[in-house]
Design a protein around this ligand. Sequence first.
Ligand code: ZN
Length: 145
Amino acid sequence: MAPTMKVIQDSISVNTSDSMDIVNVAGQITTWLQEIGARNGTLTVFCRHTTAGLTINEAESGLLQDIVSRLSKLVPPGAGYQHNRVDSNAHSHIMTSLVGSSQSIPVEDGRLSLGTWQKPLLVECDGPRSRTLSLTFMGTCQDEN
Ligand code: ZN
């Protein structure tokens, strides 16, 4: 009998530690996939915030500093933004729009099927805070066979 497709949803919390910060969330996501017994399918990771985003890239510390530094130069704080009349973080919102809010990652044999250097990275643009990532796994699980 063919294994049944399941849809499993949950969320995880990620603490960031600076106004701008990039956190590798591969470990937390992998732990969750193990907990639900995921086998093969697709995981959608969605960052539920307007001032923090999600990308996939190499988690090399110099590169992470480069990304923060370039985003800050591209969208400097206090550059005459309309939103700053009601809030002081227009730059954080704009950076988040550039980074994006979600990633779809293939899951094979219960593991994220990423390239050698690829890691899912939460990009904090207005921290430090506790952030929430929604996880939706669609696929087969261990208890199906
Ligand atoms: Zn705002």
